[in-house]
Ligand binder design. Structure first.
Ligand SMILES: Nc1ncnc2c1ncn2[C@@H]1O[C@H](COP(=O)(O)OP(=O)(O)OP(=O)(O)O)[C@@H](O)[C@H]1O
Ligand SMILES: [Mg+2]
Length: 387
């Protein structure tokens, strides 16, 4: 496996993590080396919190989907919003880069709360800039419900996987969302046809761009899955179901833009009444099938669903990405929990073969014994992390 799965690995990694007032951590300064990272500790020790801290460096909400204000360390008897920060040193062949994310209540111009992102000390305007420095891919227990959850969860899962190998996807998505919001408020304010036409044109262009990068990203994921010739995890067939994606399948991009702009113009009355946009890439769904079983993932067993997810996430981490950063970090929360001994060993081998930095958590160190000598084992507890 090692020979074909190692494209994504370039040795770039997170070398140091610094937390301040983040969840259960008052302060943490953790140095790690390039090997796999295994975090063990009792329930409630702070393992997931540490992975969550790393995940704040991806665009969008972190791995628990929490609000920024909820990430601050809550002290008993203390009310009100507090600030927190997460810093990471990303080390590659080109040297070190310092990434920082922080939350400051009431720091914005109007006294509103603000997320601050810094790269090498310089503030950057958009969290999407972080995706250009660090690729983050994660799998957490809550995703066991992915195939039963609504389309929104699956869509976000796909968009995150795609963004990790195509950082511009997050910017395209952001541009679409802004145009969509502006159009809804323009409809509410009774804006004129010209202005609505312009907003719908922007929406159509960005929607088709989003659909196109989903299509390309999906292809790259499938190629990465096929590339791993022997995997303990099943091959997944994946497709994006959505109105604009279907247009893009059926016609050239410019025509799809025109078609979607017409759709938007025709649904102004409905959208205005509902206060949201009735069709578009914000409603698309990710459809996953278990190839060998010939069955949709939602009809597969719990174990099969987990295995499909693992295959997809490993593919997300294996996609060689031109234009994406070297540093790829894979976060696997409680990964050993539902796997039998054989699958666990297979997972460790496949993860090791990726050649990227992987952070894994579990309550039980013995579940990771197959990694002895290949990983650094860190013990989490009492707001600290020790070797
Ligand atoms: N905002 C917060 N401020 C302070 N503590 C918090 C905050 N949010 C969560 N915690 C606490 O942090 C502790 C560690 O949580 P975490 O989810 O990281 O545990 P864990 O090690 O992953 O445990 P498990 O094995 O059960 O998954 C928990 O006791 C939780 O209640
Ligand atoms: Mg946990």
């Amino acid at each position: 496996m090692a020979e074909h799965a190692a494209q994504a690995g370039s040795g770039a990694m997170i070398a140091r993590v610094m937390l301040s007032e983040f969840r259960s951590y008052a302060a943490l300064d953790l140095h790690v080396d390039g090997r796999l990272v295994v975090l063990t500790g009792a329930n409630g020790a702070g393992k997931t919190n540490l992975l969550e801290a790393l995940s704040t460096m991806a665009p969008g909400r972190g791995l628990r989907g929490a609000r920024l204000s909820d990430l601050a360390r809550a002290l008993p008897g203390e009310e009100g919003a507090r600030s927190w920060s997460v810093g990471a040193t990303v080390r590659s062949g080109f040297g070190d880069t310092q990434l920082g994310v922080g939350y400051m209540p009431e720091a914005g111009d109007g006294g509103q709360a603000k997320r601050v992102v810094r790269i090498d000390g310089e503030p950057v305007s958009s969290p999407a800039a972080l995706a250009e420095r660090l690729r983050l891919v994660w799998l957490i227990p809550a995703m066991d419900r992915l195939f039963h959850d609504g389309a929104a969860e699956r869509r976000r899962f796909l968009d995150r996987l795609i963004t990790s190998s195509d950082p511009a996807h997050a910017r395209r998505w952001g541009a679409y969302e802004i145009a969509m919001r502006e159009r809804i408020s323009a409809l509410k304010n009774g804006a004129g046809g010209r202005w609505l036409d312009a907003l719908e044109r922007t929406m159509a262009e960005t929607a088709v761009a989003v659909a196109a990068s989903r299509r390309e990203g999906t292809k790259r994921l499938v190629a990465a899955m096929i590339d791993v010739k022997t995997s303990a995890f099943p091959m997944a067939d994946i497709a994006v179901a959505g109105a604009v994606e279907a247009m893009l399948e059926a016609m050239p991009a410019v025509e799809a833009e025109d078609r979607f702009a017409v759709t938007l113009a025709n649904q102004r009355a409905i959208d205005s009444e509902m206060g949201r946009t009735a069709s578009g890439p914000h409603l698309s769904d990710l459809v996953v099938r278990h190839r060998e079983k010939g069955r949709e993932a939602r009809a597969c067993s719990t174990g099969e669903q987990k295995a499909l997810l693992i295959r997809l996430v490993l593919a997300g981490a294996a996609v060689p990405a031109a234009g994406a950063p070297d540093a790829l970090v894979l976060l696997l929360d409680e990964i050993a929990a539902h796997l039998d001994e054989g699958r666990r060993r297979a997972l460790f081998d496949e993860v090791d073969a990726l050649g990227v930095q992987v952070w894994m958590t579990g309550t039980d160190r013995s579940a990771f014994s197959a990694l002895e000598g290949r990983a650094q084992f860190l013990r989490v507890g009492d707001g600290a992390v020790r070797a």
